[in-house]
Design a protein around this ligand. Structure first.
Ligand SMILES: [Fe+2]
Length: 300
């Protein structure tokens, strides 16, 4: 049971298995084959404890089905992840959290792959960038924008918890997870074992709660009742990452998230004392995103 689990460990964890070759303090290291039996003298005590925890807690991830298309895209300025998902049989596609400046890139990709964009879906009304939904609607006639009713933003389709966003035989299941903003939604695809958390859960972090009707207690409660109750091996795909990490898992964030593993009281205290600067683009982004991104956008 343990050995297949070991094979799943990331290269980072594998590198942590570079251990002293001798007990004399020599800096020479030996790379332990992951198929070799591990014993306590192979690595320092703190690594031993963490590794043991990994080995018993990391479950095999659910593989994507062969008819499910997944592409993670990145905007370097806002560090936003955009996700293009499609049913490879029907070619129906959706895009989650597109960015205005990348709309042409995304439209070209959708065209190249022969997909039909049904919906441009936002996890919430963003403050740090303008959504690409509006421009994508112009570039790909027939596509519709989607956002939660609670966001207060305009869109072709307003959703609430329990609504499904269908594309081909696949669908996003919607969960209301206010806290970062009052309109934040988290989207889950159980069959593919993945969850799109927007800014509600970031990799080893979470979205700020000091504007847009943010509420740290609400974020904490929603994460613990609606996201951390998902299976441990579900992949987490957030709306941003600033350190180059692409994805996480429910188990990873339940174990290592430096904020969300704390008590509610400690979490609220952390969020109240972040002292973050006013977002650079908020004064442009919010008015534009209230209009579905259809506000002062390029006219081509
Ligand atoms: Fe946000």
């Amino acid at each position: 049971m343990r050995m297949p689990t070991l094979r799943l460990l990331s290269s980072t964890v594998r590198r942590s298995l570079l251990v002293p070759a001798t007990k004399s303090g020599s800096t020479k290291s030996a790379n332990i084959s992951i198929s070799a039996p591990l014993t306590p003298q192979h690595y320092p005590q703190h690594r031993q404890l963490r590794f043991h925890h990994c080995a018993v807690s990391m479950l095999p991830r659910i593989p994507f089905t062969s008819d499910f298309f997944f592409r993670q895209l990145f905007d370097t300025e806002s560090c936003t992840y955009t996700y293009l998902l499609a049913d490879l049989n029907t070619k129906e596609a959706i895009i989650i959290d597109p960015v205005l400046e990348q709309a042409k890139r995304d439209a070209q990709l959708i065209h190249d792959l022969g997909f039909t964009l049904k919906y441009a879906v936002n996890t919430h009304m963003h403050a740090d960038h303008i959504t690409g939904s509006g421009w994508l609607k112009q570039l790909i006639p027939g596509s519709l924008s989607v956002i939660s009713t609670a966001s207060g933003a305009k869109a072709d389709i307003k959703i609430k918890e329990g609504d499904k966003v269908q594309f081909g035989r696949h669908a996003l299941e919607s969960f209301a997870t206010p806290g970062h903003t009052n309109g934040c939604m988290t989207y889950v695809i159980p069959e593919q074992g993945c969850v799109f958390t927007g800014d509600t859960v970031l990799i080893r972090g979470c979205g700020r709660t000091d504007f847009q009707e943010g509420n740290s207690q609400s974020l904490y409660d929603n994460v613990h009742s609606k996201i951390f109750t998902l299976p441990d091996n579900y992949r987490i795909y957030p709306a941003h990452d600033y350190k180059g990490q692409l994805e996480s898992s429910i188990w990873e964030e339940k174990t290592y998230n430096p904020r969300l593993t704390k008590s509610l009281e400690e979490f609220v205290n952390i969020m109240e004392n972040l002292n973050l600067p006013y977002p650079k683009k908020i004064d442009k982004s919010l008015p534009a995103n209230r209009e579905c991104g259809l506000y002062d956008i390029p006219k081509e």
